[in-house]
Ligand binder design. Structure first.
Ligand code: PLP
Length: 381
């Protein structure tokens, strides 16, 4: 059993149930990956090789976008996308406080200021009703997050953004392949950021990311920004970064993309089984899917009373549950200078005390899920 070497995914080697089973994924694509990597080494095409361009074309087509531009991480994808659509230092950007810190960190890195909004209590997604009152004269953009694998309410968010003349940049790090009303994550805004962190639904063998867009200008700008602000060799019209997607990572992503729909379908089957098994467990609030969404279950997040005690009991039973995320972003030390505190975003704060992510991946068996649910029922009894 393989683990993701990051506390973020809370994998463990002590249990027969993995939080994320990357070994099982690799077993399905190992021959293709080995052959592809050998070719890259043979060609010495480590930077911007043919596999990168092949992946960019395939990923754009899969997402229903004109262009995808590979970058070094999801965080870089967010920052470069925001820069490419014209967000700069001193601008305000509206973001949900219920997200991974990178959503706000990426915009803070370019000198913009996050203006947080709360989430809705049912799906824990950005609440579009709060966008209007968060707008200031400096607000330039809004970054909805498709958290846990389902799209934020994009129709309402795009309407609110249009009314306030804001650019929409989607954080699609957790929603590879998810759809709302038949439309893929990343195809709603001016640009979208995807993360290929190993534990994601489409994960590399290290860090990676991409910006998706249907704007030729935005794509061109990201291509420059990721490559030292360069359009042609040693011509640097703008200041850029070194943030390219490695060719070796593109080999893995091409191999995995061919499996993504099947793996997402397997996640949906596993989520359906959890729903059934947890129906009879008192105290557990199961996750809800918004009506027009096709969820891809990056995470299966329940809510329970006495969450910390329950989490500890699960760990004692060898079940690698986790929390995504224990601290809403406005309460992190990194953003304490904004002066927000407890009580400012009550829905996200309450959720942070109750949420519990159960093991979820495409190779999760019914027996393993039974083991998880039995341990959870014991912890709650
Ligand atoms: C919602 C969200 N946004 C952004 C990121 C940042 O992606 P990366 O870790 O690839 O930089 C992540 C990944 O952890 C994420 O889950």
């Amino acid at each position: 059993m393989t683990t993701v070497s990051s506390g973020r995914d809370a994998s463990t080697t002590t249990s027969s149930v993995a939080f994320v089973d990357l070994g099982a994924q690799h077993a399905e694509i190992s021959a293709q990956v080995a052959e592809g990597m050998a070719q890259v080494m043979h060609d010495s095409s480590y930077i911007n090789g043919a596999e990168v361009q092949r992946f960019e074309r395939a990923w754009a087509e899969y997402c229903g976008l004109a262009r995808a531009v590979g970058v070094a991480s999801g965080t870089d994808a967010l920052e470069l996308a925001l820069r490419a659509v014209g967000v700069g230092a001193g601008d305000d950007v509206i973001v949900p406080t219920n997200s991974f810190i990178a959503t706000a960190g990426a915009l803070a890195r370019l000198g913009a200021v996050p203006r947080f909004v709360d989430c809705d209590p049912t799906h824990l997604l950005m609440d579009p009703a709060q966008i209007g009152s968060a707008v200031t004269s400096r607000t330039r953009a809004v970054v909805p997050v498709h958290l846990y694998g389902q799209l934020a309410p994009m129709d309402e968010i795009c309407d609110a953004a249009r009314a306030a003349d804001l650019v929409v940049v989607e954080d699609a790090a957790q929603a590879h392949g998810a759809r709302r009303g038949g439309r893929r994550a990343g195809s709603w805004g001016a640009a979208a950021a995807y993360s290929f962190y190993p534990g994601k639904n489409l994960g590399a063998y290290g860090d990676g990311g991409a910006v998706g867009t249907s704007s030729v200008e935005v794509a061109r700008s990201v291509e420059e920004l990721r490559n030292h602000g360069s359009r042609a060799r040693y011509d640097h019209p703008v200041l850029g970064f070194n943030s390219r997607l490695d060719t070796l990572q593109a080999v893995v992503l091409n191999a995995k993309l061919a499996q993504l729909d099947r793996w997402n379908a397997a996640r949906r089957v596993a989520a359906g089984r959890y729903d059934e098994m947890l129906r009879g467990v008192p105290g557990v609030v199961r996750p809800s899917t918004s009506e027009s969404n096709e969820h891809v279950w990056h995470l299966y997040v329940v809510r329970v009373p006495e969450r910390d005690r329950v989490l500890q009991a699960l760990h004692h039973a060898g079940i690698p549950a986790a929390i995504h995320y224990p601290t809403p972003i406005h309460l992190t030390g990194a953003f304490s200078h904004l002066g927000q505190g407890t009580g400012d975003f009550p829905v996200a704060e309450k959720a942070a005390d109750e949420i519990l992510s159960l093991p979820m991946h495409p190779h999760l068996s019914e027996a393993q899920q039974q083991q998880v649910v039995e341990a959870l029922a014991r912890a709650l009894s």
